[in-house]
Design a protein around this ligand. Structure first.
Ligand code: NAP
Length: 318
């Protein structure tokens, strides 16, 4: 039986990844900053709460990281823990940068010193490319992050490639574009719009307040994207991959689609300039050809089909 550690397991991606690994008969150890704050609802929602081993771990404390690695001797580590909000990273730039880079350093160094057979998946992000001049984004596109979050993910991306090339470790980056699911936290755009639209429909809210809607993003479906994370570590060679849908969608079209589907008057949508970010990527979409070819990862959802699934799930379980 293989053992995998998933850091940040109680976020959006962790529970879906844990379920996939359990289906492949892994022993799954999930780490959280504290038992008290871990989002147990997400485990219960997927029915995996009794099947994972939960550990408290402070990824900023390297002795703590070494202790967990020595205790479980993992075949694979999926590093999902991060301050993952772009918006919040403008409020907490140093906290975001410090956590998102030091945690990756501590994992890499612990693997190098004590567990060189352990494979590492690092959750990298399309935000590293920021203001790119050419689309679609490939691994050859020059990085130009425009948020503290993007900067932190770029630094950790290159720590991973540096450790791979210097010490011959099986450590990989999955460069994921935005992906959504029912388990997304309420402060992220798609989840917020769906929840607020349902609240308006049910007369619990009088309007949807959003930031800039004239930007385009490449959105996908989280349960499919975690399959790619797993496949990256099953690949014969350590490598980096872009995981995306390959198409960009205008945020305004997403909001209007949700309002039309729920038959809500679009006059209830309010764009508040106070919510605009100091710096915003106008359009971004990626090229998933390498993942499709080398990982046999299939993705053919339209994001509007994903929205239908998410709205339905929110109506039934939200
Ligand atoms: P998420 O829901 O925000 O979960 C990340 C987890 O990291 C949280 O549940 C939290 O777990 C831990 N965490 C958050 N802030 C932290 C901090 N300041 N210090 C320590 N731990 C912290 O993220 P996700 O959507 O599952 O994404 C997983 C990973 O993929 C993240 O690294 C994210 O940056 C990256 N990524 C996500 C997307 C996306 O669209 N979802 C796209 C590209 C990359 P505890 O508090 O329980 O410890």
């Amino acid at each position: 039986m293989k053992t995998a550690i998933i850091t940040g397991i109680s976020g959006q991606d962790g529970p879906y990844l844990a379920k996939l690994l359990l289906d492949h008969e892994y022993r799954v150890v999930g780490t959280v900053r504290s038992y008290r704050c871990a989002n147990a609802h997400n485990f219960k929602y997927l029915g995996i709460e009794d099947d994972i081993i939960l550990e408290e771990l402070d990824l900023l404390d390297m002795a703590n990281v070494i202790r967990i690695i020595q205790k479980y001797n993992p075949d694979e580590i999926y590093n999902l823990a991060a301050q993952s909000s772009v918006g919040l990273s403008f409020e907490q730039p140093l906290g975001t940068f410090s956590f998102n880079t030091t945690s990756v350093h501590n994992l890499l160094e612990s693997i190098r010193l004590f567990s060189s057979h352990t494979k590492l998946y690092q959750a990298s992000s399309s935000e590293m490319y920021g203001r790119a001049h050419t689309m679609p984004i490939t691994l050859e596109t020059p990085m130009h992050p425009i948020s503290p979050y993007g900067v932190s993910k770029m630094a950790s991306y290159f720590m991973v490639t540096t450790y791979r090339e210097s010490y011959n470790l099986f450590v990989c980056n999955g460069v994921l574009f935005n992906h959504e699911s029912f388990l997304r936290s309420n402060n992220f755009f798609i989840k917020k719009v769906i929840r607020d639209a349902l609240a308006i429909k049910n007369k619990r809210l009088d309007r949807l307040i959003v930031g800039n809607l004239d930007v385009k993003r490449d959105f996908g479906y989280a349960p499919k994207y975690v399959e790619a994370m797993w496949k990256i570590l099953q690949s014969p060679f350590a490598d980096d991959f872009i995981i995306c849908s390959g198409k960009s969608v205008l945020l305004r079209d997403i909001v209007e689609y949700i309002f039309d589907k729920l038959k809500i008057d679009k006059k209830m949508i309010l764009e508040d300039p106070n919510l605009f970010r100091p710096n915003e990527i106008e359009e971004i979409y990626g090229d998933n050809a390498k993942a499709k070819k080398n990982l046999a990862w299939n993705y053919d959802y339209s994001f509007f089909d994903v929205l239908d699934l998410l709205i339905e799930e929110e109506i039934v379980n939200g």
